[in-house]
Design a protein around this ligand. Sequence first.
Ligand code: G3P
Length: 214
Amino acid sequence: MKIFLDTANIEQIKEAADWGVLDGVTTNPSLVAMENKKFEELVPKIVALCKGPVSLEVVSTDADGMVAEAEKLMEFGPNVVIKVPMIPEGLKAIRRLAQREIATNCTLVFNATQALLAAKAGATYVSPFIGRLDDAGHFGMELIQQIVAIFDNYAFGTEVLAASLRHPLHVVEAALAGADVATIPWSVLQKIVKHPLTDRGLDQFLKDWAKVPK
Ligand code: G3P
Protein backbone atom coordinates (compact mmCIF):
# COMPACT_ATOMS: atom_id res chain seq x y z
CA MET A 1 0.00 0.00 0.00
CA LYS A 2 1.31 3.42 -0.92
CA ILE A 3 1.40 6.08 1.79
CA PHE A 4 0.47 9.62 0.89
CA LEU A 5 0.55 12.45 3.42
CA ASP A 6 -2.73 14.37 3.71
CA THR A 7 -1.36 17.84 4.32
CA ALA A 8 -0.15 21.09 2.78
CA ASN A 9 2.44 21.60 5.52
CA ILE A 10 6.01 21.81 4.21
CA GLU A 11 7.74 20.66 7.42
CA GLN A 12 5.53 17.58 7.68
CA ILE A 13 6.15 16.67 4.03
CA LYS A 14 9.90 17.16 4.43
CA GLU A 15 10.02 14.96 7.55
CA ALA A 16 8.00 12.12 5.96
CA ALA A 17 10.18 12.31 2.84
CA ASP A 18 13.29 12.05 5.06
CA TRP A 19 11.86 8.89 6.63
CA GLY A 20 11.67 7.37 3.14
CA VAL A 21 7.96 6.55 3.45
CA LEU A 22 6.42 9.33 1.38
CA ASP A 23 4.82 8.08 -1.84
CA GLY A 24 2.70 11.17 -2.47
CA VAL A 25 0.75 14.08 -1.02
CA THR A 26 -2.93 14.99 -1.05
CA THR A 27 -4.19 18.48 -0.32
CA ASN A 28 -7.62 20.06 -0.24
CA PRO A 29 -8.79 23.68 0.11
CA SER A 30 -9.21 23.31 3.90
CA LEU A 31 -5.68 21.95 4.36
CA VAL A 32 -4.24 24.74 2.18
CA ALA A 33 -6.15 27.38 4.17
CA MET A 34 -4.64 26.04 7.42
CA GLU A 35 -1.15 26.99 6.19
CA ASN A 36 -2.07 30.69 5.78
CA LYS A 37 0.33 31.04 2.84
CA LYS A 38 -0.24 32.06 -0.78
CA PHE A 39 -1.13 28.98 -2.85
CA GLU A 40 1.30 30.00 -5.63
CA GLU A 41 4.15 30.12 -3.11
CA LEU A 42 3.22 26.98 -1.19
CA VAL A 43 2.65 24.52 -4.03
CA PRO A 44 6.08 24.74 -5.73
CA LYS A 45 7.67 23.81 -2.37
CA ILE A 46 5.36 20.81 -1.96
CA VAL A 47 5.97 19.65 -5.52
CA ALA A 48 9.74 19.98 -5.10
CA LEU A 49 9.77 17.98 -1.84
CA CYS A 50 7.46 15.19 -2.97
CA LYS A 51 8.71 13.14 -5.89
CA GLY A 52 5.40 11.24 -6.10
CA PRO A 53 1.91 12.42 -7.06
CA VAL A 54 0.64 15.64 -5.47
CA SER A 55 -3.15 16.12 -5.53
CA LEU A 56 -4.27 19.73 -5.94
CA GLU A 57 -8.00 20.43 -5.83
CA VAL A 58 -10.03 22.56 -8.21
CA VAL A 59 -12.62 24.91 -6.74
CA SER A 60 -14.76 25.45 -9.83
CA THR A 61 -18.07 23.61 -9.91
CA ASP A 62 -18.49 23.48 -13.70
CA ALA A 63 -16.49 21.24 -16.03
CA ASP A 64 -15.10 24.06 -18.18
CA GLY A 65 -13.87 25.88 -15.09
CA MET A 66 -12.36 22.69 -13.64
CA VAL A 67 -10.49 21.92 -16.86
CA ALA A 68 -9.21 25.51 -17.09
CA GLU A 69 -8.02 25.31 -13.47
CA ALA A 70 -6.41 21.93 -14.16
CA GLU A 71 -4.40 23.45 -17.00
CA LYS A 72 -3.01 26.10 -14.61
CA LEU A 73 -2.36 23.56 -11.83
CA MET A 74 -0.43 21.27 -14.21
CA GLU A 75 2.10 24.09 -14.64
CA PHE A 76 3.34 23.35 -11.12
CA GLY A 77 4.91 20.10 -12.30
CA PRO A 78 4.47 16.73 -14.01
CA ASN A 79 3.57 14.99 -10.72
CA VAL A 80 0.46 17.11 -10.14
CA VAL A 81 -2.83 15.18 -9.91
CA ILE A 82 -6.04 17.16 -10.39
CA LYS A 83 -8.47 16.60 -7.53
CA VAL A 84 -12.06 16.90 -8.72
CA PRO A 85 -15.26 16.64 -6.65
CA MET A 86 -17.67 13.74 -7.28
CA ILE A 87 -20.44 15.71 -8.98
CA PRO A 88 -21.78 15.36 -12.55
CA GLU A 89 -19.67 18.32 -13.75
CA GLY A 90 -16.69 16.68 -12.03
CA LEU A 91 -17.25 13.48 -14.03
CA LYS A 92 -17.27 15.51 -17.24
CA ALA A 93 -14.00 17.16 -16.24
CA ILE A 94 -12.43 13.79 -15.30
CA ARG A 95 -13.37 12.34 -18.69
CA ARG A 96 -11.94 15.34 -20.56
CA LEU A 97 -8.74 15.32 -18.50
CA ALA A 98 -8.36 11.53 -18.89
CA GLN A 99 -8.61 11.92 -22.67
CA ARG A 100 -5.57 14.20 -22.39
CA GLU A 101 -3.80 11.73 -20.05
CA ILE A 102 -3.97 14.17 -17.13
CA ALA A 103 -4.16 12.31 -13.82
CA THR A 104 -7.20 12.92 -11.63
CA ASN A 105 -8.31 12.13 -8.10
CA CYS A 106 -12.07 12.02 -7.67
CA THR A 107 -12.74 13.29 -4.16
CA LEU A 108 -15.68 13.37 -1.74
CA VAL A 109 -16.71 9.80 -2.60
CA PHE A 110 -19.20 8.38 -0.10
CA ASN A 111 -20.64 5.29 -1.78
CA ALA A 112 -19.57 2.51 -4.13
CA THR A 113 -21.69 3.66 -7.05
CA GLN A 114 -20.01 7.07 -7.01
CA ALA A 115 -16.66 5.25 -7.15
CA LEU A 116 -17.87 3.11 -10.06
CA LEU A 117 -18.93 6.21 -12.00
CA ALA A 118 -15.61 7.94 -11.32
CA ALA A 119 -13.71 4.87 -12.55
CA LYS A 120 -15.84 4.67 -15.70
CA ALA A 121 -15.17 8.37 -16.39
CA GLY A 122 -11.45 7.59 -16.23
CA ALA A 123 -10.31 8.77 -12.79
CA THR A 124 -6.76 7.80 -11.83
CA TYR A 125 -7.72 7.65 -8.12
CA VAL A 126 -10.98 7.64 -6.17
CA SER A 127 -10.99 9.03 -2.63
CA PRO A 128 -13.61 7.50 -0.32
CA PHE A 129 -13.81 9.51 2.94
CA ILE A 130 -13.78 6.90 5.69
CA GLY A 131 -13.73 9.05 8.84
CA ARG A 132 -16.58 11.25 7.65
CA LEU A 133 -18.71 8.13 7.01
CA ASP A 134 -17.89 6.89 10.52
CA ASP A 135 -18.92 10.33 11.82
CA ALA A 136 -22.29 9.89 10.10
CA GLY A 137 -22.88 6.53 11.77
CA HIS A 138 -21.76 4.28 8.91
CA PHE A 139 -19.03 1.63 8.96
CA GLY A 140 -16.72 3.61 6.68
CA MET A 141 -14.22 0.86 6.00
CA GLU A 142 -16.91 -1.31 4.37
CA LEU A 143 -16.83 1.18 1.51
CA ILE A 144 -13.16 0.47 0.85
CA GLN A 145 -13.91 -3.27 0.79
CA GLN A 146 -16.79 -2.74 -1.66
CA ILE A 147 -14.82 -0.50 -4.02
CA VAL A 148 -11.77 -2.78 -4.03
CA ALA A 149 -14.04 -5.77 -4.88
CA ILE A 150 -15.88 -3.88 -7.65
CA PHE A 151 -12.69 -2.58 -9.25
CA ASP A 152 -11.21 -6.11 -9.11
CA ASN A 153 -14.36 -7.62 -10.67
CA TYR A 154 -14.07 -5.40 -13.71
CA ALA A 155 -10.29 -4.84 -13.79
CA PHE A 156 -10.57 -1.06 -13.49
CA GLY A 157 -7.16 0.61 -13.42
CA THR A 158 -8.43 3.30 -11.05
CA GLU A 159 -6.64 3.20 -7.68
CA VAL A 160 -8.53 3.19 -4.39
CA LEU A 161 -7.18 5.98 -2.20
CA ALA A 162 -8.47 5.65 1.37
CA ALA A 163 -8.98 9.20 2.69
CA SER A 164 -10.26 10.87 5.84
CA LEU A 165 -8.31 8.37 7.94
CA ARG A 166 -8.37 9.42 11.57
CA HIS A 167 -6.47 6.80 13.60
CA PRO A 168 -3.96 3.92 13.27
CA LEU A 169 -6.60 1.17 12.96
CA HIS A 170 -7.99 2.94 9.90
CA VAL A 171 -4.57 2.50 8.28
CA VAL A 172 -4.41 -1.20 9.21
CA GLU A 173 -7.96 -1.81 7.98
CA ALA A 174 -7.34 0.05 4.71
CA ALA A 175 -4.27 -2.13 4.08
CA LEU A 176 -6.18 -5.33 4.94
CA ALA A 177 -9.01 -4.27 2.61
CA GLY A 178 -6.52 -3.85 -0.24
CA ALA A 179 -6.61 -0.07 -0.67
CA ASP A 180 -3.94 0.97 -3.18
CA VAL A 181 -3.16 4.12 -1.22
CA ALA A 182 -3.81 5.46 2.27
CA THR A 183 -3.56 9.21 2.64
CA ILE A 184 -2.62 9.84 6.23
CA PRO A 185 -2.72 13.03 8.30
CA TRP A 186 0.48 13.96 10.12
CA SER A 187 -1.07 13.22 13.52
CA VAL A 188 -1.81 9.63 12.46
CA LEU A 189 1.62 9.12 10.86
CA GLN A 190 3.18 10.12 14.18
CA LYS A 191 1.04 7.54 15.96
CA ILE A 192 1.76 4.64 13.61
CA VAL A 193 5.53 5.08 13.83
CA LYS A 194 5.48 4.70 17.62
CA HIS A 195 5.01 1.89 20.11
CA PRO A 196 5.65 2.25 23.85
CA LEU A 197 7.48 -1.12 23.92
CA THR A 198 9.88 0.17 21.25
CA ASP A 199 10.67 3.21 23.39
CA ARG A 200 10.96 1.15 26.57
CA GLY A 201 13.16 -1.45 24.86
CA LEU A 202 15.48 1.19 23.39
CA ASP A 203 15.74 2.92 26.74
CA GLN A 204 16.80 -0.36 28.38
CA PHE A 205 19.32 -1.17 25.64
CA LEU A 206 20.94 2.26 26.03
CA LYS A 207 21.07 1.90 29.83
CA ASP A 208 22.65 -1.55 29.53
CA TRP A 209 25.12 -0.35 26.90
CA ALA A 210 26.32 2.30 29.34
CA LYS A 211 27.31 -0.55 31.73
CA VAL A 212 29.60 -2.20 29.17
CA PRO A 213 33.23 -1.54 30.24
CA LYS A 214 34.87 1.03 27.98
O1 G3P B 1 -8.22 13.50 2.15
C1 G3P B 1 -9.42 13.99 2.64
C2 G3P B 1 -9.24 14.37 4.05
O2 G3P B 1 -8.41 15.46 4.14
C3 G3P B 1 -10.50 14.63 4.78
O3 G3P B 1 -10.23 14.34 6.09
O4 G3P B 1 -10.52 14.39 8.51
O5 G3P B 1 -11.32 16.31 7.08
O6 G3P B 1 -12.51 14.12 7.05
P1 G3P B 1 -11.20 14.82 7.24
